[in-house]
Design a protein around this ligand. Structure first.
Ligand code: TRP
Length: 354
């Protein structure tokens, strides 16, 4: 049985500042995966229009995500780093997927419901179709593995549903074109054109929570800047935010079980563990019994040690926008070469003359 070639694809939307949660939850995973996989990392600027139509500085935001990728250690020569809108296949395949996906599937997307809020009638059609464009991002390269945060799990399930329906509905055409792969979905043999993508959700990265409320995710849309550590924060702000981070009155427990029901303590220990590549148990062995007044300075020092080489490299890159644009253009041309192969085959399968 032949298999799809393993390929990692992921994307980050260029809206708002990158923060520690994006770094630990996504970008650091992207960096690690380059050792074992062929990887494509995208700045999804077309998705950015779904949140807000007119941006003051979308180009600048796109550059800053690209700069973060590069500064964090993604090798844009060995792998591919580019912005979505430079490869028209994303939009073209998304159209086909809009015709594959069912309204009922889209209506189940919890992220749409959250983002559209009470007055969903006023949400854009783009926001509604967001997951279909995301499926197209991934499947345009027939990628097999997608590192994302667990809030994106439902979108990956939709991606699999779209791939599955495409594979089944077009089964005969896929056979005729001769570009399919025999895979098993559960126990069922399927002649597939698109792979069933696997989410890469776990790993060392924790879910990084808000510094003001350990039950909410760290988020760029939280109105309080104290809730997050931004990648571009200077030393003083990092120290201040960690110092002001919410905690409970108790000290640190010596066992992980002692973090139960203490979301803020759990979050800070989790962040320390992730930044130092250790387990929470290791950290509690070291700090168990101590007060947060002792732990917090150690945490902000560690955060600085890990982040400052990245932020200073990001700043350096941001001062050379021409260089970033060249990297993205080069990545886009390599991405386009692959995307064109898929789009030609998709046209053949669907029946578009070319
Ligand atoms: N929806 C993703 C997020 O908000 C961003 C994204 C768009 C993405 N296209 C993608 C992630 C494709 C992985 C693969 O995090």
């Amino acid at each position: 049985m032949n298999e799809f070639k393993p390929l990692v694809f992921s994307g980050v939307q260029p809206t708002g500042n990158l923060h520690l949660g994006n770094y630990l939850g996504a970008i650091r995973k992207f960096v690690a995966l380059q050792e074992s996989h062929d990887c494509i990392y995208c700045v999804v600027d077309m998705h950015a229009l779904t949140a807000q139509l007119v941006h003051d500085d979308l180009k600048e935001q796109t550059r800053s995500i690209a700069a973060a990728y590069i500064a964090a250690g993604i090798d844009a020569k060995k792998h591919i780093v580019f912005n979505q809108s430079q490869v028209s296949g994303h939009a073209e395949l998304a159209w086909v997927f809009n015709c594959v996906a069912r309204i009922g599937w889209m209506n189940r997307m919890t992220q749409f419901k959250d983002k559209a809020g009470k007055d969903a009638e006023k949400a854009s059609l783009g926001l509604y179709a967001y997951p279909s464009l995301m499926a197209s991002d991934i499947l345009l390269y027939r990628a097999t593995h997608v590192p994302v945060g667990d809030d994106q799990k439902q979108h990956l399930e939709l991606t699999r549903d779209i791939a599955q329906k495409f594979n089944l509905d077009f089964a005969e055409k896929i056979r005729a074109v001769g570009k399919g792969v025999d895979i098993k979905v559960g126990d069922e043999p399927v002649h597939a054109y698109f792979p069933m993508v696997e989410p890469l959700i776990d790993g060392p990265a924790p879910r990084v929570m808000s510094l003001r409320d350990g039950t909410k995710k760290m988020s760029k849309s939280d109105p309080s800047d104290l809730s997050r550590i931004n990648l571009m924060d200077d030393e003083d702000s990092i120290a201040k935010k960690v110092k002001k981070a919410k905690t409970d009155p108790d000290g640190l427990p010596s066992e992980v079980a002692g973090l139960a029901g203490r979301p803020e303590a759990d979050n800070l220990v989790g962040i320390y563990a992730a930044l130092s590549d250790k387990t929470k148990a290791d950290i509690l062995k070291e700090f168990g019994g101590q007060q947060f007044s002792a732990f917090k300075p150690a945490l902000s020092e560690l955060a600085l040690t890990v982040l400052s080489p990245i932020t200073s490299e990001m700043r350096r890159l941001m001062n050379d926008p021409g260089y970033i644009d060249d990297v993205l253009r080069d990545g886009a041309s390599r991405a386009r070469a692959r995307a064109d192969v898929t789009m030609r085959e998709v046209r053949d399968i669907v029946g578009f003359l070319y």
